[in-house]
Design a protein around this ligand. Structure first.
Ligand code: GDP
Ligand code: MG
Length: 164
């Protein structure tokens, strides 16, 4: 059956921007119960000889910090349940946060392939050393990308499809 790739990560790290770059025009919004954070957006991606479905687990994101952890847990659970490969997006501009570590722990325990994606690396030379920090999550090699510029996506997608 068709492989499913779920995108998870804190609000504002650029999940939807990455999703839109990968999806092009082929986006279908799947709304669950309004106000419940399980809303998902699906798209079909054709890349080289690979066809797969991506899910933006972002949906409705909380604006207060006290709800954040619950939200992040739910989001990670959706990904763990439904995906063959999980893309965990972090933000080079904010660096690592507590919730990044919490989600990394959940994902590590799920024993599913996780590809760590360091977004907003708009300038590779400038952020070269900052990207190394993300090895501390214990999820292997961080793939540096810029979703806005659509750079770094080739190496990142190679890693994603290597788990199919
Ligand atoms: P989400 O909440 O994780 O879905 O994040 P969004 O995709 O909505 O992006 C949050 C903000 O980060 C927006 O202002 C985006 O324009 C910005 N953003 C996303 N990707 C990049 C990137 O590669 N570089 C930079 N500089 N900003 C980005
Ligand atoms: Mg979003």
């Amino acid at each position: 059956s068709r492989q499913v790739v779920a995108i998870v990560g804190r609000p504002n790290v650029g999940k939807s921007t990455l999703f839109n770059k990968l999806a092009g025009e082929k986006i279908s919004i799947v709304e669950d119960t309004p106000g419940v954070t399980r809303d998902r957006i699906y798209a079909d991606v054709d890349w080289l000889n690979y066809n797969f479905t991506i899910i933006d687990t972002g949906g409705i994101e909380p604006s207060t910090d006290d709800k954040m952890l619950t939200y992040m847990r739910q989001q990670a659970e959706i990904a763990i349940e439904t995906a063959n490969v999980i893309v965990f997006v972090v933000d080079v501009k904010t660096g690592l946060t507590d919730s990044d570590y919490q989600v990394a722990d959940m994902l590590r325990r799920a024993h599913k392939p996780v590809v760590l994606c360091v977004n907003k690396v708009d300038n590779r030379e400038k952020f070269q050393y900052d990207v190394f920090e993300f090895y501390n999550l214990g999820l292997g090699e961080p793939y540096a990308i810029s979703s806005i510029q659509a750079t770094g996506l080739g190496d990142f997608l190679d890693e994603v499809v290597s788990h199919f």
